[in-house]
Ligand binder design. Structure first.
Ligand SMILES: Cc1cc2nc3c(=O)[nH]c(=O)nc-3n(C[C@H](O)[C@H](O)[C@H](O)COP(=O)(O)O)c2cc1C
Length: 379
C-alpha cells in the first residue's frame, strides 16, 4: 500500500511541474543571502530544485534572477545543454525564489517574478502571521507569472489548515513546505515540533478521510534533514520531497563567510549547542520579526554572556567590535559573537562539497536506504 507516500503518488505531477528534476526530489532552501543564483543553479543542475534566498534589499531578488538567467544563457550557448537548461524553452527559470513577506515588498517582488518567471516562489512569514497576507502575495504572483508554482512554508497544523482551507479563491498554495523544529534559521518560536509527527498529522488532516476534498498538495519536509537518512525518513513520513538548508551552508557555492562555514563544520550536538533566540537578530539590527518566529543559531559568547547578566548595550558593543575587527575573523565560533544561523542537525555536516554533489549524494543514499529496507519487508 503506497497510497500515503506522496513521493510515489505525485511523481508524475512533480516531473511535469519541474521537468528537469529526478526523483526522489531534493530541494535547496531559500536561505537569506546565503542561497545565491550559483548555488540554486547547481542544485537544479543536479536534478534537485534550488531556491535563491531573499536578499538584503527587495531589489536584490531581481539582480540574483538576472545573474541566474545570464549564467544559464552563457552555459547553454557554450556547451550542450543540461536538462535544467532545456526548460528555458518554456521561458521558465529552472529554479525557485524565496520571499519573506513581513518585510518584503510585494510590488518589487512581483515585478521580478513577472520578468524572470522562476519555476517556484517560496513564501514565508507573513506580517502578524496572517494568512490574508499570504493570499494577497499568492494571487498577485500568479497574476504576473501563472507558470510560477507557489510554495508556502508552514510550521504548525493550524498554519497548514489555514493555508489550504481558509485561503481565498486562487490563494491556495501549490506546495506546502512543512518545517519542523530542528530547522536552522527562522521557524516557529515556541510551538514547533519535529517533522516526524508534523508531516503525518498535516497529511491526515488535509487528505485523510475525505480524499480529494482538498486535492493532493505536495508536502515537502524541512528541518533536520542533513543526509540520505533524513531524506529517506521524510519520504517514509509521506513527504513528496526533502528540503535542506543547513547542509547547503557547507556547499562551495554558498554565499557565506569562511568563519561562518567553518563553524557549521565544527559545531555538533545541536540540542545543546543551538537554540532559538531573537538576540542575534537584535544584535545585527534586525527588528520587527513577527513574534511567531525566531531563528535557530549556534550558541556563542553573546548568548553565554546574556545568560550571565550582561546588558544588551554592552553585548551590542562587543558584537560590533568582533564583527569589525580583523576582517570579522572573530565573529564566529565558540568565542565569537554574531549570528550563526544553523539547524539542530549541524553536527551531521562535516565537509564542504559542491552543491550538485550534495544533491546527488543525498539522493543516492536515500534510494539505497529505501532499497535496503525492502529486504526487511520480505522477511
Ligand atoms: C542560514 C539560514 C537562513 C535561512 N533563511 C530563510 C529565509 O530567508 N526564508 C525562508 O523561508 N527560510 C529560511 N531558512 C529556513 C529554511 O527555509 C529551512 O526551513 C531550513 O533550513 C530547514 O532546516 P535545516 O536547516 O535543518 O535543513 C533559513 C535557514 C538557514 C539555516
Amino acid at each position: 500500500m503506497h497510497h500515503n507516500l506522496q513521493s510515489i503518488t505525485l511523481r508524475d505531477q512533480l516531473k511535469r511541474d519541474y521537468p528537469w528534476t529526478t526523483a526522489p526530489l531534493i530541494v535547496g532552501a531559500p536561505m537569506r543571502v546565503m542561497s545565491g543564483p550559483e548555488m540554486a543553479l547547481a542544485i537544479s543542475g543536479a536534478g534537485g530544485i534550488g531556491f535563491i534566498g531573499p536578499g538584503l534589499k527587495p531589489e536584490s531578488t531581481a539582480e540574483d534572477l538576472e545573474t541566474a538567467r545570464s549564467i544559464i544563457f552563457s552555459s547553454s550557448s557554450s556547451s550542450s545543454s543540461s536538462s535544467g537548461i532545456r526548460t528555458l524553452e518554456r521561458d521558465v527559470l529552472p529554479i525557485g525564489i524565496g520571499f519573506q513577506l513581513w518585510n518584503g515588498s510585494l510590488e518589487t517582488s512581483a515585478a521580478a517574478v513577472g520578468k524572470y518567471r522562476p519555476a517556484a516562489a517560496w513564501l514565508f512569514a507573513p506580517r502578524d502571521g496572517l494568512q490574508a497576507e499570504v493570499n494577497t502575495w499568492t494571487v498577485r504572483l500568479r497574476e504576473v507569472s501563472p507558470e510560477t508554482k507557489i510554495w508556502l512554508q508552514v510550521g504548525t497544523l493550524q498554519e497548514a489548515l489555514d493555508a489550504v482551507q481558509s485561503s481565498r479563491e486562487g490563494g491556495k498554495p501549490d506546495v506546502l513546505v512543512v518545517q519542523g523544529a530542528e530547522a536552522g534559521g527562522h521557524g516557529r518560536a515556541t510551538d514547533g515540533v519535529g517533522v516526524i509527527t508534523l508531516i503525518p498529522e498535516i497529511a491526515d488532516a488535509l487528505f485523510g478521510n475525505e480524499k480529494g476534498k482538498n486535492g493532493m498538495i505536495p508536502l515537502f519536509a524541512a528541518g533536520g534533514i542533513m543526509d540520505g537518512r533524513g531524506a529517506a525518513a521524510a519520504l517514509g513520513l509521506g513527504a513528496a520531497g526533502a528540503v535542506m538548508g543547513t547542509r547547503f551552508l557547507a556547499a562551495t557555492e554558498a554565499r557565506i563567510s569562511k568563519g561562518y562555514q567553518d563553524e557549521v563544520l565544527r559545531a555538533s550536538d545541536g540540542g545543546k549547542n543551538t537554540l532559538r533566540t531573537q538576540l542575534y537578530n537584535h544584535l545585527r539590527g534586525t527588528l520587527g520579526w513577527p513574534e511567531q518566529w525566531s531563528p535557530r543559531t549556534v550558541v556563542n559568547q553573546s548568548w553565554v554572556e546574556q545568560q550571565a547578566g550582561v546588558g544588551f548595550e554592552e553585548l551590542k558593543k562587543r558584537h560590533d567590535r568582533a564583527v569589525s575587527e580583523d576582517g570579522g575573523s572573530k565573529a564566529w565560533g565558540p568565542e565569537g559573537r554574531t549570528a550563526t544561523y544553523a539547524g539542530a542537525g549541524v553536527g551531521l555536516v562535516k565537509s564542504v562539497e559542491d552543491a550538485g554533489a550534495i544533491v546527488e549524494g543525498v539522493r543516492g543514499e536515500a534510494v539505497g536506504i529505501i532499497q535496503g529496507l525492502q529486504e526487511l519487508a520480505k522477511l
